[in-house]
Design a protein around this ligand. Structure first.
Ligand SMILES: C[S@@+](CC[C@H](N)C(=O)[O-])C[C@H]1O[C@@H](n2cnc3c(N)ncnc32)[C@H](O)[C@@H]1O
Length: 171
């Protein structure tokens, strides 16, 4: 993970931790199954006992790989499911959401629409590899956030491109 992105994600997690001493609830779609780690590892390194990460992945092998590299801990809840199904069915509400599953703008948009009902006040939704370089530009090899981006513009919902290829919107 690029340093700039890592620093942004760390700063966001810390911000919510400061605001929510009782515990932050985080949702990630797509687990960080590779050894160098991504968002899953960032969370693992920063989480306090009162914080919880729900990470959902459709692929049992990726879950197994993550557990082989990183082990298991009580407050990292790993779910083997399609992400949209998981979000539809979860009864939890989230402070920080990281959408990072399949490189498909429609799937990520469906995650985004479903998660809108599952947010705590002042929650932040981040789309990784969004395809949005800066306002009105996008790159083509990853494009997870393109449909979310179009929706945010159409609905005039404020958003930010805090660092390379990351789209975030606060609600
Ligand atoms: C880019 S990786 C996730 C990386 C991780 N978020 C991180 O930063 O550490 C994408 C993951 O999404 C999973 N995935 C693909 N389609 C999915 C779906 N429909 N529902 C849930 N997970 C899915 C893949 O199996 C893969 O493990």
């Amino acid at each position: 993970m690029k340093q700039e992105k890592k620093e942004y994600l760390i700063s966001m997690i810390k911000k919510y931790q400061e605001e929510k001493q009782g515990g932050v609830r985080i949702l990630e779609t797509g687990i960080g199954f590779y050894p160098h780690g991504g968002f899953t590892k960032v969370c693992k390194d920063l989480m306090r006992s009162q914080d919880t990460l729900d990470t959902v992945d459709i692929c049992p092998e990726h879950i197994k790989e993550y557990i082989n590299h990183s082990g298991e801990q009580d407050n990292i809840k790993i779910h083997n499911s399609d992400s949209v199904d998981f979000i539809k069915n979860t009864s939890f509400k989230y402070d920080l959401v990281y959408l990072d599953s399949v490189n498909c703008k429609n799937h990520i948009f469906n995650e985004f629409i479903e998660v809108m009902d599952k947010l705590n006040d002042k929650a932040l939704v981040v789309v990784d590899d969004s395809g949005i370089k800066s306002h009105n530009q996008h790159k083509w090899d990853s494009y997870k956030g393109l449909k979310v981006y179009e929706y945010l513009i159409e609905k005039q919902i404020p958003f930010d491109i805090p660092c390379w290829n990351v789209l975030s919107a606060a609600f």
